[in-house]
Design a protein around this ligand. Sequence first.
Ligand SMILES: Cc1cc2nc3c(=O)[nH]c(=O)nc-3n(C[C@H](O)[C@H](O)[C@H](O)COP(=O)(O)O)c2cc1C
Length: 323
Amino acid sequence: MLKLKNLHLRSGVIQSPMAGCTDLAYRLLSRSYGMEFCFLEMVSAESLVRDHSGARDLMETTPEDRPLGAQLVGCRPEAMGEAAKIVEDMGFDLLDLNLGCPVPKVAGNGAGSALLAEPDKARAIFAAVVKAVKKIPVTVKMRLGVQDASGEEAVRTARIAEACGVDAVTVHGRTRVQGYSGVADYQAIGKVKAAVKIPVIGNGDVVSAADARRLREISSCDGVMIGRGGLGNPWIFKNIEKTLSGNGESDEPSFEEKKSALLRHFELELEYREGKTALLYMRRIACWYFKNIPGVNEFRTAINTCLSVPDMRGLIQNFNPLS
Ligand SMILES: Cc1cc2nc3c(=O)[nH]c(=O)nc-3n(C[C@H](O)[C@H](O)[C@H](O)COP(=O)(O)O)c2cc1C
């Protein structure tokens, strides 16, 4: 059980925020397979404060899509505080602050992972947000550091967060300069766990229940966050929960089960997006489900030129592994 204020999570297995991936269709599909908690993708605090429609669009949700966390990215304490209040008023169950994004458009502007090297600014942001939010838990998701892979910047940032009243931190075991290369360092995540009393959620390279167990054993983290491992694999959440609680081993889906999950995912995209946009999204989504299946390259070529909803459905229904 992971307790964050009044939010009690049975499993502590969480889907991370992922831009362009963890949309409403993804979340509803994954929930139907047992995912307990999920995030929207990051939303710019400045856009939300200025009420840009793009920011609100990214926050589309439904009553079944609960419990749900929102994540803000930004570097101005006033805007972050103001946006935090908006998030709480919108009814989200948790607010996370992004201190991990490595992309130049974000980090180059002093937000995301750049804040790991700016302890005073990070402190001002945490304090403004904790002051603005009345009820829901506030968490911070960070990388190990900007360049220094020892974990010291994450330890410093987590201590500041704890002192400001933040309820938990998530640590992705890579630095900003590492991007997504190499392997996540679970020992360095453990350094953060040892340094603070608030819960620490470990993140990085968990694509199986065995990985989740290793992350927990090495870092002693309180929760496990899944990123890319959830894409095309909604079974991962239950598998990890079962394995970590000693209630069984992983059930791996058959090819037909993957196909039917993908078809349901497509129908959900169609429910919440205009047809043409759903088709564009499907170019990526379909390949998540059929990764490593013989013949997927030809399938990818076909869906990348597919221009109609019935044709897309047919391509998925008729795809079979090459023998
Ligand atoms: C396409 C993509 C989009 C992402 N978007 C976000 C985001 O909006 N906010 C965030 O905190 N992390 C984001 N991340 C980072 C992931 O949430 C996660 O921390 C990272 O992928 C490491 O976990 P994993 O190895 O399990 O994927 C993104 C990662 C990817 C690959």
